[in-house]
Write a protein that binds this ligand. Sequence first.
Ligand SMILES: Cc1cc2nc3c(=O)[nH]c(=O)nc-3n(C[C@H](O)[C@H](O)[C@H](O)COP(=O)(O)OP(=O)(O)OC[C@H]3O[C@@H](n4cnc5c(N)ncnc54)[C@H](O)[C@@H]3O)c2cc1C
Length: 607
Amino acid sequence: MSLRPTLDFLLYDWLGAERLNQRERFADHNRETFDAVLDTCERIAREKFAPFNRLVDTQEPQFDGEKVILPQATHDARLAYAESGMLSAAQDDDIGGMQLPFLVESAANTFFAKASISIGSNLLTTGNANLLMAHGTELQKQVFALNEFNGRFTGTMCLSEPQAGSSLSDVVTRAVPDGDGHETDPLGPRYRLTGNKMWISSGDHELAENIVHLVLAKIPGADGKPVPGVKGISLFIVPKHLVDTDGRLTGERNDVALAGLNHKLGWRGTTNTLLNFGEGKYPVRGGAGAIGYLVGKPGEGLRCMFHMMNEARIAIGMAATMLGYAGYEASLDYARNRPQGRPMGAAGKDPAQPQVRIIEHADVKRMLLAQKSYSEGALALALYGARLIDEQHTGTTEAADEARLLLEVLTPIIKSWPSEFCLEANSLAIQIHGGYGYTRDFAVEQYWRDNRLNMIHEGTHGIQAMDLLGRKVLMENGRGLQLLAARINATIERAIQVPDLAAHANALGQALQAVGAATKAAWATANPTEALANAVPYMQAFGHTVLAWVWLDVALVAHAAVASPARQGRLAAARYFFHYELPRIGAWLQVVRERDLTCAELPDDAF
Ligand SMILES: Cc1cc2nc3c(=O)[nH]c(=O)nc-3n(C[C@H](O)[C@H](O)[C@H](O)COP(=O)(O)OP(=O)(O)OC[C@H]3O[C@@H](n4cnc5c(N)ncnc54)[C@H](O)[C@@H]3O)c2cc1C
């Protein structure tokens, strides 16, 4: 089954996307306008992205000492994406947007993610501009955000430093006021930044007129020293080329220098950079120091940045999902065409018979169904998350608040679960290809390499797990977890009425109880060291429970549909998930419940 029918089913049959046009913000839309966007994106992805996925992998970005050189295909793909209007799809009509629901925007972006995850830097550009729309001044929106939406500029997020990855409170990039009148610069309070930012995606290239870096840095306190902890972090716009208040380039190069490109395992179509801010390579307005404009208030940098990070986390989950999906499609196609082996009959194998296609072997079907249940389940979850974002923006006060809290709890799962299990899907796709899957003659090894990033960036797996168990399930007296449990229970109540699904409903009820009990047991001693020692197994069990819920909810809609191969496939994927996957949570939760310290207590020298 190709992606489009799956998307149509999830969007319209499961999530009722067309009902969104009852909301004032989306009143000009209907199923036809949504479909038109999906059609356009599907076509651009097919023509401008998919054919070049291998090329951008083999022709890595090169730095000639002056400029970063990318294949022409990357320029063409970015231009086609910008011209499609997708950079501003969710924005207001009057600033050139389409007022498209985030749900439909996310669905449309799946085509690009599946065709070539690394060609564009579009998700960073949109996320950067969205942050400025939420926290920037009117002029910062006009000059920077709108020029990102219209494709003139691209955006980055500059958080990490060589010595500060997971622990952002340890960033040491400094920002000091830039001379007289720094407070009254129309583009925002003006500072000079010095420091190094590591791993910056799309940090340098010639794809657009300008690059808008959003940089976390510390303003020294009265004693001249950086304020310790996250409270000392502020956020700055640091354009690669300086601009005037009309957004025109002034001709001055800002003091941001590319120190080098990182050479990555995958995701090679996107440059990844070490950037030196303010080292004096490009002295500007008479001195060293990169010019940056404060966004929001001093000390609120991380809070503002979370606007972009939360969006990016959902987008990363979707990226991981679509890589899983791409591998599923590729291995399904391979399995349908590769003859190998003969079926085992009651009297053994008959060598006189022709070979069968490998899709006829039970173990290959197992690997296909696993991939289907991971990638289509993750896709459903990510779209559910996108629908919650629309609810947060356009629902009643109460519904919006519920959506906000549900997103708090679900975001670590939407980011991390596909990063782990759609990577596993990619591994199974390689396995189905046998030896051929281990070569560069087939696409599946690239999908695996590209996907391997997703458990690392935007908060590693370990950090996401601690966020879930250490913060999200506890916040607001556990109300987010209760809201999620209420939704899961509502699905269980409906499914229990359907004889074919009742056993799944019971299994999900038990899983939910087990997650609740493990959450309490983890915190029973109120000791974070004990509670969080097994945060990753907790997140795995939590994620599997959420996915089982999603599959049961999807199965309810599939079950009510007329018979078709697609219906049969969806119900089988749900069954697979309940029979082969959900039981795994027992082992994960046991160590959480028992606050097992086998790993935590082992001293360094015993390894
Ligand atoms: C290709 C790529 C693109 C990226 N793009 C960007 C970007 O555009 N902008 C940006 O700012 N950053 C970017 N990053 C950086 C990325 O977010 C960091 O790599 C990530 O946050 C981890 O930081 P680190 O690499 O320093 O690893 P570390 O923080 O050193 O972590 C190493 C290991 O230790 C674990 N660990 C660390 N602290 C703890 C703890 N307290 N408890 C338990 N375990 C812990 C981690 O989970 C991890 O497994 C990118 C990275 C890559 C590889």
